[in-house]
Design a protein around this ligand. Structure first.
Ligand SMILES: [Zn+2]
Length: 463
């Protein structure tokens, strides 16, 4: 018996040998993959409830987006052409500072919908403020069917790097309260929804937490066996602050605070250096590369090729609605695959295959689901996507990985299975009313601007 069989597909397994199967099949029972092989050999062994004929299609593991801000989906397009600190101070923080759990929930629905529709099956949320309503957001994850590590934001100083009191009062949280709430959320949600929901610690960037507080976070995360994610060395000021204040590089500072290990994801890492890479390799942490966000905010280009050469695990992330401005991992993959070539004047830098690894197996390794995700192999969790190759921009197929990374977009993802459940089929998400979310997001998104008296619109005359 088996629940689902995807048959006659080109299966990109991402297994240790990186095998690609022609006329392949993936068989799913419950929430696990029970078989992967040639259709003619595998399928006759099972009585299957649902067979999805995937002729002309690619079947591959769902993407793992390691840096997502759920609450920023509703802020899409609110702060174009600005650099990080004014972008935060003038737009993102004040707007998020007006949120109630209603906006928190709607933004999470919008964001998850977009992620599912572009093939992301697992993501790491980088830090939720209490005002967004953690319970409402966790309920969205539970009902929409995606897999998520939700981090609660922690802070005990209202600064960013060397700029004190830069965080507006509406976004400032109390250190003890953030710790208490994180622990409560771990008790309530960690491992829930058949282990699709994990709760992580999301301390703010250096400047917003004391060393003692970082150490407490590190200790608690180990005690509860959960992960930590932090923005690190996103902009030059971050590195200058750590050098001036502590005479350390970013990763020396993280080690000083105990925030190192396989369970830690450092978002961005644009300004990390060789010494930092050594600490990363030794401690096994992951850097999440967010090329669209780093380019749009003019933060720089992360030295990803050097990191990979140094043996650092590098994953990929879309970041947020005002910095990217979308949550489409396929578009992010193309950008990652081309930006380093141009920057380094080296066409061999970061081939499509390396980028697909970043978006699947490397991302999976950074999560607590680790070796149960990121590839299509017997015994792994059934997070599987189907991409239609029979489209004008995806033929002829010579190397399917090349077409996927350089020519596809999220719109080409046709079917999404998460934890063994068909969440999207033929582009129809069957766990939420898509039209309703879109209508509500259009309305409430602009209402958030109005609360602050902002009128953000076209720069050209509207007649
Ligand atoms: Zn971020």
């Amino acid at each position: 018996m088996a629940d689902i069989a995807l048959t006659h597909a080109t299966v990109v397994t991402m297994n240790p040998r990186r095998e690609i199967l022609l006329d392949g099949a993936v068989v799913i029972e419950g929430n696990k993959i029970v078989d992967v092989g040639k259709t003619s050999q595998v399928v006759p062994q099972y009585r299957v409830d649902l067979e999805l004929d995937c002729a002309g299609k690619l079947v591959l593991p769902g993407f793992v987006d390691c840096h997502v801000h759920l609450a920023q989906a509703l802020l899409r397009g609110c702060a174009d052409d600005m650099s990080l600190i004014p972008w935060l101070r003038e737009r993102v923080w004040p707007l998020q500072g007006t949120y109630t759990p209603r906006e928190g929930k709607l933004s999470a629905q919008l964001c998850c919908l977009e992620m599912i529709k572009s093939g992301t099956t697992t993501f790491v949320e980088s830090g939720l403020h209490s005002r967004y309503g953690f319970d409402g957001i966790a309920e969205v994850i539970e009902s929409i069917g995606i897999r998520a590590a939700l981090s609660k934001k922690l802070m005990n100083v209202s600064g960013y790097a060397d700029q004190p009191d830069v965080i507006p009062p509406s976004m400032v949280e109390d250190g003890e309260a953030t710790m208490r709430e994180t622990l409560a959320m771990i008790r309530k949600w960690h491992g829930k929804a058949n282990d699709r929901i994990h709760v992580w610690f999301g301390p703010r960037t250096p400047g917003a937490c004391t060393v003692e507080f970082y150490r407490e976070i590190a200790e608690r995360a180990r005690e509860h066996g959960t992960g930590v994610t932090i923005h690190l060395a996103e902009v030059k000021q971050d590195v200058e602050y750590m050098r001036k204040e502590f005479n350390m590089t970013p990763m020396q500072f993280m080690r000083h605070c105990g925030l190192v290990g396989r369970h830690v994801i450092y978002a961005h890492g644009v300004w990390l250096s060789d010494g930092d890479f050594r600490i990363l390799r030794e401690t096994g942490g992951t850097v999440c590369h967010c090329p669209a966000s780093n380019l749009k905010l003019a933060s720089g280009v992360a030295p990803v090729v050097k990191m990979l050469e140094a043996g650092v695990n590098v994953a990929l992330g879309c970041d947020g609605g005002p910095s990217n401005n979308c949550y489409d991992m396929l578009r992010e993959m193309k950008l990652a695959a081309v930006v380093h070539k141009g920057w380094l004047l080296d066409p061999q830098a970061l081939p499509a295959e390396s980028v697909l690894e970043m978006a699947t197996i490397n991302g999976a390794r950074a999560t607590l689901w680790g070796d149960r995700l990121g590839s299509l192999e017997r015994g792994k969790l059934a997070d599987v996507i189907v991409v239609n190759q029979r489209r004008p921009h995806l033929v002829p197929v010579r190397n399917p990985i090349s077409n996927l990374v350089y020519a596809a977009s999220g719109e080409d993802v046709e079917t999404v299975i998460i934890d063994g459940k068909v969440v999207m089929q033929e582009r129809e998400v069957n766990t939420i009313d898509e039209a309703e979310v879109i209508a509500e997001a259009q309305e409430l998104g602009l209402e958030v601007d109005r609360r602050l008296g902002l009128n953000i619109g076209p720069r050209w005359p509207v007649i």
